[in-house]
Design a binder for this molecule. Structure first.
Ligand SMILES: Cc1cc2nc3c(=O)[nH]c(=O)nc-3n(C[C@H](O)[C@H](O)[C@H](O)COP(=O)(O)OP(=O)(O)OC[C@H]3O[C@@H](n4cnc5c(N)ncnc54)[C@H](O)[C@@H]3O)c2cc1C
Length: 544
């Protein structure tokens, strides 16, 4: 057993493992990459996290870097939940709901809490946490905060960042800080601290002051964005807050040990409609009109004809009786969750009018059973994720671009053309109302040709997204996969500012190195696995 494991075993309360079996298990997440860790540790409490970070910092001062990667459920699709040395697995012990104020809706949790469990608990109090990902049953809140996760309901409610109030974060040197909105006076106090925390506040404040114009220009015209570091929301008229910077940082700036979030009132009585289109271009017009209704739908979700055709091939009975003939080029699912039956009815009527204008068929679910049937069309994406005929798998490679809503139709057709050009079958679905599309090409990564195609597809896809004024990542994070495209996305000057953020928080590059920042396409090539699988997550519905 390595010296690192020996030290941790002696000093932390949580378990420390180095068995080949465990290392093999934690070598993958839900991305196309594999990196075997040296040590797996299961922190029991914040002190364990602090001791591990402090140890790594002291070793780094002596010239030896011991990278630390935080991990929730490991469902990250960008390769951000794997690393070469210490994997810190939060769900084993640090998984509690610590406080729930049913009146204000504020909840305090440990990062390893299961997202689905939290949501169920909230619903018993008439509340919910809106930016939930499709795979909430098998992911954690820590992972969601670190990725700035969002999902179907983000159309109306926004992303995770919008809901995080405060965080407890262990810094690279083992110090613990609490982030929240600071008044000018509070900020001055922080700026005067003689600690690493003080150093960070001073350096970030100066960085923002010196690069105000660049940072303002880096704001993209998209409804959601988790690419890079969010400096735009740190220093605002309302105060100074490091929270938005930590949210979405994928464990590269600090280790989150406690999260406080706001929640919304939950209305389980929703209205659900579907439109069936013979032309994806027409969905663009429908989406623009649906978004302009007096109250925004809580979801406008899409599956395309490519996806439906693959599902028909794989499971011919799965969608029997649910689709009109011929198979549509796209289906839009539209949901309203406004309180008040009257209001919901009025909105549904207007939405049906929009759908009838652009779709060749439309439908309103009138019972819970009908709603389940409509959602079944959207959830057919699960079949694509699990599909594995002839070695072909749906690969998370170009799965998360988001563009200005007005460019949605163009985005879709350019992506489809790109895949046609390479003769690769693809399925496309996602959060159409946000112009955030998940495209999954079917490739066989054991074939050299497909591995080369994968890199070319990525390069061309991200050029399309950036060319349309979009972001390379709406909700899944940069990780190893999209880190190489950040410089292209934000330009070299803004990228340099983001690199400085990393340097300020993590001067020795201990926290999740090779993720998000300072990573190139050449760096990631050796880590691409030959066989992609969702493996451990088949115990759940692999929803997306
Ligand atoms: C089938 C499928 C569907 C998905 N659907 C969605 C979706 O709808 N929307 C969406 O946004 N994402 C989606 N994802 C991506 C991903 O699952 C989510 O981002 C999820 O929230 C990650 O949670 P996790 O617990 O698995 O985190 P992990 O994968 O374990 O980690 C994710 C990141 O968080 C960091 N991290 C974890 N815990 C901490 C901590 N305590 N401190 C600091 N950093 C930490 C990790 O280092 C890593 O960088 C999907 C993935 C799959 C496989």
């Amino acid at each position: 057993m390595s010296k690192v494991a020996h030290y941790l075993q002696e000093h932390v309360m949580g378990e420390v493992m180095t068995s080949l079996d465990a290392r093999r298990y934690f070598a993958t997440d839900a991305s196309i990459f594999a990196v075997a860790p040296a040590v797996i540790m299961y922190p029991r409490n914040e002190n364990d996290v602090r001791k591990t970070a402090r140890f790594a910092w002291q070793m780094a001062e002596r010239g030896r870097i011991i990278p630390i990667t935080a991990r929730g459920s490991g469902t990250d699709q960008s390769g951000a939940a794997i690393g070469s040395c210490v994997i810190m697995v939060f769900p084993a012990h640090m998984n509690r709901i610590l406080e729930l104020d049913a009146k204000t809706g504020v909840v305090i949790v440990e990062p390893g809490v299961n997202y689905g469990k939290l949501q169920q608990t909230l619903e018993t109090h008439g509340r919910f946490f809106p930016p939930y990902p499709a795979n909430l049953e098998y992911s954690t809140l820590g992972g969601a905060v670190a990725n700035n996760t969002s999902g179907a309901k983000s159309l109306k409610y926004g992303d995770t960042r919008a809901y995080v109030k405060t965080l407890r974060v262990v810094l690279a040197n083992g110090e613990m800080i609490e982030t929240h909105k600071l008044s000018k006076r509070d900020l001055n106090r922080k700026l005067g601290l003689a600690t690493f925390e003080g150093e960070i506040y001073r350096a970030v404040d100066t960085l923002i002051e010196e690069n105000q114009k660049l940072i303002a220009k880096a704001g993209l015209n998209v409804t959601k964005n988790t690419a890079g570091y969010d400096l735009l929301d740190v220093k605002t008229k309302e105060g100074f807050d490091l929270t938005p910077l930590i949210v979405g940082s994928q464990g590269t700036l600090g280790l989150i040990t406690e999260i406080s979030i706001e929640t919304e009132q939950h209305n389980p009585h929703t209205s659900l409609l579907a439109g069936f289109f013979d032309d994806v271009g027409k969905t663009q017009e429908a989406i623009m009109e649906l978004r302009a209704l007096s109250s925004m739908p809580c979801a406008i979700e899409m599956v395309d004809g490519n996806l439906l055709n693959v599902v028909q091939q794989v499971n011919p009975n799965q969608l029997k009786g649910l689709l009109p003939n011929p198979i549509p080029k796209a289906v839009l699912i539209v949901e309203f969750d406004d309180f008040g039956d009257h209001l919901q009815k009025r909105l549904s009527k207007r939405a049906l009018k929009v759908l009838s204008k652009y779709a060749y068929a439309h439908e309103e679910a009138t019972s819970e059973q009908d709603k389940d049937k409509l959602w079944k069309i959207r959830h057919a994406a699960a079949t694509i994720l699990a599909q594995s005929d002839n070695g072909l798998k749906a690969i998370p490679l170009i799965d998360d671009g988001v563009v200005p809503v007005a460019a949605y139709g163009e985005f879709y057709s350019k992506v489809e053309q790109l895949l046609q050009h390479y003769h690769v079958q693809v399925a496309i679905w996602g959060h159409a109302g946000d112009a955030n599309l998940h495209a999954r090409p079917l490739l066989d990564l054991s074939q050299v040709g497909d591995r080369q195609k994968a890199i070319r597809l990525m390069e061309e896809y991200y050029s399309i997204v950036i060319g349309l004024g979009g972001s390379t990542s709406g909700e899944h994070g940069d990780g190893r996969l999209r880190g190489p495209f950040l410089k292209h996305l934000y330009g070299p000057d803004m990228y340099e500012v983001m690199r400085k953020v990393k340097e300020i928080f993590d001067p020795y590059n201990i926290l999740n190195p090779g993720v998000k920042i300072n990573v190139t396409t050449e760096d990631i090539k050796p880590f691409i696995r030959q066989e992609y699988s969702l493996g451990a997550w088949y115990g759940h519905m692999p929803r997306s």
